[in-house]
Design a protein around this ligand. Sequence first.
Ligand code: HEM
Length: 123
Amino acid sequence: MKTDIRNRKDIEKLVNTFYNKVKTDAVIGYLFTEVARVNWEEHLPKMYDFWENILFCTANYNGNPMMKHKELHQKSTMTAEHFAHWTTLFTATVDKLFEGPKAEEIKNRAMNIASLMMYKTLN
Ligand code: HEM
């Protein structure tokens, strides 16, 4: 039985599952592992904070994601395909693990942020 996303623990499960897929993904994996050489111990808690703030208004994230992705794009060109693929992977991960209003909300927010981020990054 799937539940909705109820708390930070559920967000941790979603984020961990998502980035486990991302790390070895043929389309976008290299941007994390080779271009940015992400320190996962720092990145994952940031992502828990980011999504917890979006779903539960915890006000515990105060980074600047738009800037980070612009920098990444300068190191290695990103494309619309990268963003579309990120969104497909994220949506599939949510659907595999959860169902309910918060699950719908996080997918919608992810899609909206991804399209804004793509616009700001590529232009
Ligand atoms: C092709 C799509 C994307 C790629 C390749 C990508 C890659 C990355 C990388 C390499 C970082 C930096 C990690 C580090 O600190 O070393 C990062 C940070 C981050 N990304 Fe993405 N990202 C993508 C799309 C998105 C989308 C759509 C969102 C939001 C819906 C997002 C949210 C974030 C956030 C919140 C951070 C942390 C920024 C901070 O340091 O505060 N990313 N991303």
